[in-house]
Design a protein around this ligand. Structure first.
Ligand SMILES: [Zn+2]
Length: 248
């Protein structure tokens, strides 16, 4: 049967301009879900906001049984993963991420801003999908094929090349600016820091740090000590310079 498929402009990242502007017709000779059909053109399901077949709203499992028009719409940011939708009826209760090894620096920056990010660089694609499902984590990656897996519900195929740009892209896409809690998590362990008494960590500090700083935080796991020194100020400046506002 003949299907006419029309993607909206948001899919220019995945498809040629010609395909986007005019739509295109193809012959479907098998029983396939719309998820499979769309992904066969290189667009992962995680990038889709709404689907219509002959102007009726459908979900990913819909199998076209007649000729028709398939309309594919992208996601309009900010994308709230805590709200249910036609395509994703079971939203997440919390905002947590898992970053693929190809966006590891983005993952570290997200942790720096206080977000819970699973960063294990040894995860296989299969493990990433499994963790995303079992722990309700949003997948961040530059691997389009990974996002075709059924277990992955919420994700962002990161477009930007540089980590700081990727950070802006992620914060903007998921509308996270109000949830930033800068300097609250250990970037090595992804664990929340705890405030500690200066006397408890005195033996770990350099003389100048002892003299000039009075508030300290410690990672409960790796025991690394943090304070708001020049490194902290430099990162604050960098974050402000890319247009992200943080409370500190
Ligand atoms: Zn740590």
């Amino acid at each position: 049967m003949k299907i006419f498929i029309q993607f909206d402009r948001q899919f220019e990242f995945f498809l040629t301009k010609k395909k986007i502007s005019r739509g295109f017709e193809f012959f479907l000779d098998r029983n396939a879900s719309v998820k499979d059909i769309i992904e066969s053109f290189g667009v992962p399901h995680t990038e889709i906001g709404n689907l219509y077949f002959n102007h009726q709203k459908i979900d990913f499992s819909f199998i076209p049984g007649t000729h028709g028009i398939l309309d594919v719409h992208g996601i309009t940011p900010p994308f709230n993963v805590q709200l249910s939708s036609n395509l994703r009826p079971k939203p997440f209760n919390t905002i947590k991420f898992i970053a693929d090894v190809n966006v590891i620096r983005l993952g570290k920056l997200m942790i720096l801003l206080g977000f819970d990010v699973d960063l294990s660089s040894s995860n296989s694609d299969n493990m990433i999908a499994q963790i995303a499902k079992s722990q309700s984590r949003i997948v961040l990656t530059r691997d389009t094929a990974l996002l075709k897996r059924n277990k992955i519900v919420y994700a962002r195929r990161i477009r930007a090349n540089m980590p700081w740009e990727q950070l802006v892209e992620t914060i903007t896409f998921f509308g996270l600016e109000g949830m930033i809690s800068f300097f609250s998590r250990c970037t090595a362990c992804n664990i929340k820091l705890a405030e500690v008494e200066k006397k408890e960590v005195l033996h770990l500090l350099e003389p100048k740090t002892k003299r000039y700083f009075h508030t300290f935080f410690q990672c409960p796991q790796c025991k690394k000590v943090f304070w708001k020194g020049s490194h902290y100020d430099n990162i604050c400046q960098k974050i402000s310079s890319i247009g992200i506002s943080i409370n500190h």
